[in-house]
Ligand binder design. Structure first.
Ligand code: SAH
Length: 369
């Protein structure tokens, strides 16, 4: 077994401890951290301000875990890129890089597969394999940042180019972040650390299926990270079917947790609602949803369902999406419709992996950059 230290799995304080054990001065830990997260270094030879002896020791005893894409696709409009990565144990996860509105947003996975079993979701249909480590989670972002060929770091970093790299990170890929809480939160701390990647906490969003203990813990965190909750139904009867974990964390308790979160953080919550034809998209559902959200500072993100091979559910028509949104807005609930981005490259949750299950080693066709 490879016993080398996986550097991207370490927090800043763990790295400092390691260097203390190695009898290296503390500022060396900061130098290495900056190489990893700001300069996006991929090997120790690049780290020219570290003494040669330390670089050699790192090369022998540690490793920078680089994830390699086995499939890369670019949407026809060129604004969305999707990657299927193979991890060390040959498991695969998906990452999406989107560039629009002067933002470069990367959508990352937190688990290999998902155990939440939502019937409309391709990841859920494929089942759960394992949690990802915090290093695996951040390495998706580092990979995407390298693609942009710009150094990272806070905007005010001396010498940093005016052009920014990754501007936003959303935890909306495969898996449920709040059932892999610790590695997910460690990834957030690394990405927002001003000594390294330097992302503003407000530019990070975590999406949860509604794991109440996770929301409660998240409400206590010191960073102002955004929360999105995947609702998809306005009552327990319907939500039990569409989001089965609702049986354990029913809507009444979920809304109480959201209200408590808002009391503590004063932050707006985004509620995601995938519109499925004839299932949850009637105007009555919109009215029920407005009732449910009353008293919260909420924003509803309406997503016309991305159809999947494993489910007969179909997206709502444009006209009905509009009727639904207008009904919400008449009730004073702001709502936007998320445009289907990268539909031509299976950019919906879990869909690229589904198509490439059992894919050969070689890269599959697609547009490569
Ligand atoms: N487990 C987390 C994050 C993963 S998915 C969560 O549930 O929030 C990010 C969003 O995409 C969720 O709102 C999820 O319900 C939604 N989603 C999954 N499959 C979809 C599909 N086929 N069409 C539209 N939205 C989908």
């Amino acid at each position: 077994m490879d016993a080398r230290i996986r550097l991207l799995d370490l927090s800043y304080s763990q790295l400092t401890e390691l260097f203390a054990q190695w009898a290296e001065p503390a500022f060396r830990a900061q130098q290495l951290w900056t190489w990893l997260y700001r300069d996006l270094a991929t090997n120790f030879a690049q780290m020219t301000n570290l003494p040669q002896a330390l670089r050699t020791r790192l090369a022998n005893e540690a490793v920078i875990d680089l994830i390699q894409p086995i499939v890369e696709l670019t949407s026809a409009d060129g604004y969305t890129q999707k990657f299927l990565f193979r991890l060390r144990d040959r498991q695969t996860v998906e990452t999406v890089l989107m560039g629009y509105h002067r933002r470069r947003t990367v959508c990352i996975s937190t688990q290999v597969g998902c155990a939440m079993d939502c019937p409309f979701c391709a990841t859920g249909q494929a089942g759960f394999a394992r949690n990802m480590t915090s290093g695996e989670i951040v390495s998706q972002v580092l990979f995407a940042a390298r693609r942009l060929r710009v150094r990272q770091g806070p905007a005010h970093t001396p010498g940093s180019p005016s052009e920014r790299g990754i501007t936003n990170v959303v935890f909306m890929g495969m898996g449920e972040p709040f059932v892999n809480y610790q590695p997910t939160w460690q990834a957030v701390e690394k990405l927002t650390d001003p000594r390294g990647f330097g992302l503003g906490a407000r530019h990070v969003t975590i999406s949860t299926v509604g794991i109440i203990p996770g929301i409660e813990k998240f409400a206590q965190e010191h960073l102002q990270v955004n929360l999105a909750v995947s609702l998809h139904a306005p009552n327990d009867e319907l939500r039990n079917r569409l989001v089965p974990i609702n049986r354990r964390f029913p809507l009444g308790q979920l809304m109480d947790a959201c209200r408590q979160y808002q009391r503590l953080t004063h932050r707006r919550i985004t509620f995601e609602y995938a519109l499925m034809s004839g299932v949850n998209d009637a105007v009555e559902h919109a009215l029920e949803l407005a009732q449910l959200l009353r008293g919260l500072t909420a924003h509803v993100n309406l997503i016309p369902l991305n159809p999947t091979a494993g489910s007969p559910l179909r997206p709502t028509t444009r006209a009905q999406v509009r009727a639904f949104r207008e009904a919400l807005e008449r009730q004073g609930i702001p709502a936007t419709v998320r445009i289907g981005r990268g539909l031509d490259i299976n950019a919906g949750c879990g869909q690229l992996r589904e198509v490439n299950a059992g894919a050969p080693e070689a890269l599959l066709p697609g547009a490569f950059l």
